[in-house]
Design a binder for this molecule. Structure first.
Ligand SMILES: [Zn+2]
Length: 390
């Protein structure tokens, strides 16, 4: 198989603390990476790189692992420009706006939905995202949820069943009946097409008992839980996520000390989604508090047309550093290795031998520039599974 070396990398983020400067980022200065097929086979100092078939000179620029966006909602149609505009004119955000997207998504064809996913994925790839998770949740019927998951599965392996996004408008007077549907016929139709099950545990969506019933039913069908937890208010979501060993509790904006302790001690990753707070002018989640308690923190876009219509991980990194108390190193780790942890993956989010060859070449000498130069398109080249895709 052909080998390719990327040499003279000014600063390489490996996410292996045993390498380089010994920090969690495992930074190596004047580094090289060797790719063979879809894998990384060698990482180290440029002067010690083995001979390879091809050599690419990074010319003093930085390389980081491809971003792992572990939370998005890309199977949708329509947009909610007017709702955003109204919110920025002073109206509050509530969970019910999802109904607008549900109506548009049900009315769209398979081709329209798939083209939409492809479009936002291409957008994300240009900004360095090489792995992404996406969810159903804008169909809310057996047919429409299963369809969303089939379409998502054409674009990624990380597919999440979110029939419990909100109570379907068709069941407005019978929320218990909707939970029966989500845990019964809808689950049966959706489970073959998903890896994960998720629930929006929130006032106006599903309470703790309903969320527990939904996640437990998913577990019995072989789906692993993740939870939209404690976004708009304090509630039982985080504790439930930790108790059920969910891979991730997402949002984590309103946390009690007990919630923070639970995340600090459990295996559940706290996934923070600053695009949502940005787009709803809400209070930022306190990443510092979680990190100081020992929690594993991931950063993700929550890309969706209602509350966070950004596909940009660099934007989320910049927000996390500016407004959530993260250092640039912590934010880069959370957007790469943290996202991998939130998907319980060890083959991505790091640049070490054996990992999938997902790399981002930055038009900057250091990863710190992603926060230092917010909004600037610094992604210069992207490799996914060893193939240069940008
Ligand atoms: Zn979400």
């Amino acid at each position: 198989m052909t080998t390719t070396a990327l040499t003279h990398i000014a600063s390489l983020v490996t996410n292996d603390p045993s390498l380089g400067n010994g920090t969690p980022l495992g930074l190596i200065q004047d580094a090289a990476v060797v790719i063979e097929g879809d894998r990384i086979v060698w990482t180290g100092e440029s002067s010690k790189a083995p001979a390879t078939d091809n050599v690419l000179d990074a010319a003093g620029r930085a390389v980081i692992p491809g971003f792992v966006d572990s939370h998005s909602h890309l199977v949708f149609a329509g947009d909610r420009t007017q709702e955003f505009n109204a919110r920025m004119s002073g109206q509050p955000y509530r969970a019910g706006g999802i109904r607008t997207t549900v109506a548009a998504t049900r009315a769209a064809t398979d081709e329209e939905l798939s083209a939409n996913v492809a479009r936002y994925l291409a957008e994300a790839l240009r900004q360095g995202t090489t792995t992404f998770e996406t969810k159903s949740g804008y169909g809310l019927t057996v047919e429409d949820e299963a369809r969303a998951l089939r379409i998502a599965g054409r674009h990624t392996d990380e597919v999440t069943y979110l029939g419990a996004h909100i109570v379907s408008p068709d069941y407005a007077d019978d929320p218990a009946g909707y939970v029966d549907l989500v845990t019964g016929p809808m689950l049966e139709a959706c489970a073959p097409h998903a890896r994960w099950i998720d629930v929006f545990c929130e006032q106006g969506a599903f309470d703790g008992d309903q969320a527990r019933a939904i996640l437990t039913a998913g577990l019995a069908e072989g789906l692993h839980p993740r939870v939209h937890a404690n976004q708009l208010s304090y509630g039982p979501g985080v504790q439930l996520a930790v108790e059920l060993d969910a891979a991730s509790a997402d949002h984590c904006t309103h946390l009690t000390d007990a919630d923070v302790d639970a995340l600090g001690q459990g295996n559940t990753v706290a996934t923070l989604l600053p695009g949502a707070e940005f787009s709803t002018r809400a209070t930022w989640p306190d990443a510092r508090r979680l990190l100081d308690a020992g929690a594993t923190v991931a950063l993700s876009t929550d890309c969706n047309p209602g509350s966070s219509f950004t596909s940009s991980m660099p934007f989320c990194v910049a927000l996390a550093v500016r407004d959530m108390g993260m250092t640039p190193d912590e934010a880069i780790w959370s957007a790469t290795a943290g996202g991998a942890a939130a998907l319980r993956r060890t083959d991505i989010g790091r640049i070490t031998p054996g990992a999938r060859a997902d790399l981002v070449l930055l038009d900057a000498p250091s990863h710190v520039h992603l926060a230092y130069r917010p909004g600037v398109p610094l992604v210069s080249a992207v490799w996914r599974s060893g193939q240069r895709v940008v």
